[in-house]
Design a protein around this ligand. Structure first.
Ligand code: GTP
Ligand code: MG
Length: 328
């Protein structure tokens, strides 16, 4: 220790003319500190007094993000007999990375009469599980939307079969956080398709549906049948009142109705892997429902629909008040 003190004293004298403080000396040296001083070690970690701080380099400084300042992401996972994939999807959600970026994460599994261990696995991992009795992915998503807390800022939807990679969530959120758009979809066709993940016929059908959406709805997306979405919460709050699909046409319905509602939707490339467990999709029946949804929504008018809903509610209110008057 004596040697260390001597070195410091000597060096201090040497650089006194340069007007450096003792602390700066410690910071610029590789010497081990003879005492614990968090201010000094912290400064060293961030590159010294003259160095650029993490926040200056575009990296959020975790010490500066107070818990109350954090935003919240709610991740919805619709599941029907997904015991093989659900655990992996939950584990893959990058909670720590998102916390570092300033986000809390809540995961909600929407279980639809699964006969396997889907619900048990999610419970064991401490995840909130909601049961929806009406079968179908569309029904599950609508229930999920109605279960989101008001404290949520962004909503993510991802399948439970481990085809999409939850660790890519930050890539989708970035576009929303930057206000680049209101909703983001993960594109498999412009992303990384792992071996045997998407058959040629499914790829072809996707190209065709995507062409129709781009041509007739003017949405600049590259994969309309994807199961990976992220929205600003305000979009979900409006969109949920207009959704009717019970099954796999839900994605097409959401994209086309978002376009009609005037929201900006873009795609980002994602990874798509071979599914775990068996598929619930009926290619022909669901394909026809998707095409019908595309045709039907071309004449869909959200304003007219909103007025219709409002006048229906108003009629109900008038009926109720007439009945109340009759009783008096
Ligand atoms: N809650 C609920 N989820 C469902 C239902 N049907 C499908 N899902 C879920 O929706 C997601 C997509 O279903 P998949 O069977 O993977 O359909 P797909 O991804 O279009 O087709 P594949 O390429 O074969 O995987 C999965 O997480 C399913 O568990 C349902 O009736 N209820
Ligand atoms: Mg799937």
């Amino acid at each position: 220790m004596a040697n260390l003190s001597d070195t410091i004293v000597e060096t201090t004298k040497e650089v006194a003319s340069e007007d450096k403080t003792l602390m700066e000396l410690y910071l610029s040296s590789d010497l081990t500190l003879p005492f614990k001083d968090r201010r000094i070690s912290d400064r060293r970690a961030s590159g010294g007094m003259g160095g650029r701080r993490a926040s200056d380099r575009g990296i959020p400084d975790r010490r500066k993000i107070r818990t109350c300042d954090m935003k919240k992401i709610t991740v919805l996972i619709p599941c029907y007999n997904e015991e093989k994939g659900i655990g992996k999807v939950i584990d893959d959600v990058p909670k720590e990375k998102l916390a570092h970026l300033g986000y809390h994460t809540e995961i909600i599994v929407i279980n639809n009469n699964s006969k396997d261990r889907t619900s048990k696995i999610a419970h064991e991992k401490g995840i909130r599980v909601i049961s929806e009795k009406k079968q179908g992915k569309g029904n599950a998503i609508k229930t999920g939307f109605n279960s989101i807390g008001n404290d949520t800022d962004y909503v993510v939807m991802i399948d439970g079969d481990n085809t999409y990679k939850a660790k890519e969530i930050p890539r989708l959120i970035e576009l929303l956080e930057d206000n680049f758009c209101d909703a983001v979809i993960g594109s498999r066709l412009e992303g990384k398709l792992k071996e045997a993940s998407l058959s040629f016929s499914h790829r072809l059908a996707n190209w065709f549906f995507t062409f129709l959406v781009r041509r007739f709805y003017f949405v600049n997306v590259t994969d309309t049948c994807t199961g990976y979405f992220a929205w600003k919460k305000k979009v979900v709050d409006e969109l949920k009142f207009y959704l009717k699909s019970e099954g796999f046409a839900i994605e097409t319905e959401m994209i086309t109705k978002m376009a009609k509602l005037g929201y900006q939707v873009f795609s980002v490339p994602i990874t798509y892997d071979k599914r775990e467990g068996s598929s619930k999709l009926s290619p022909y029946i669901d394909g026809i429902k998707i095409v019908w949804m595309l045709i039907k929504n071309m004449s869909w008018n959200p304003k007219k629909r909103a007025i219709q809903n409002y006048s229906r509610q108003y009629d109900k209110y008038l009926d109720a008040s007439k009945q109340a008057d009759a009783k008096v």
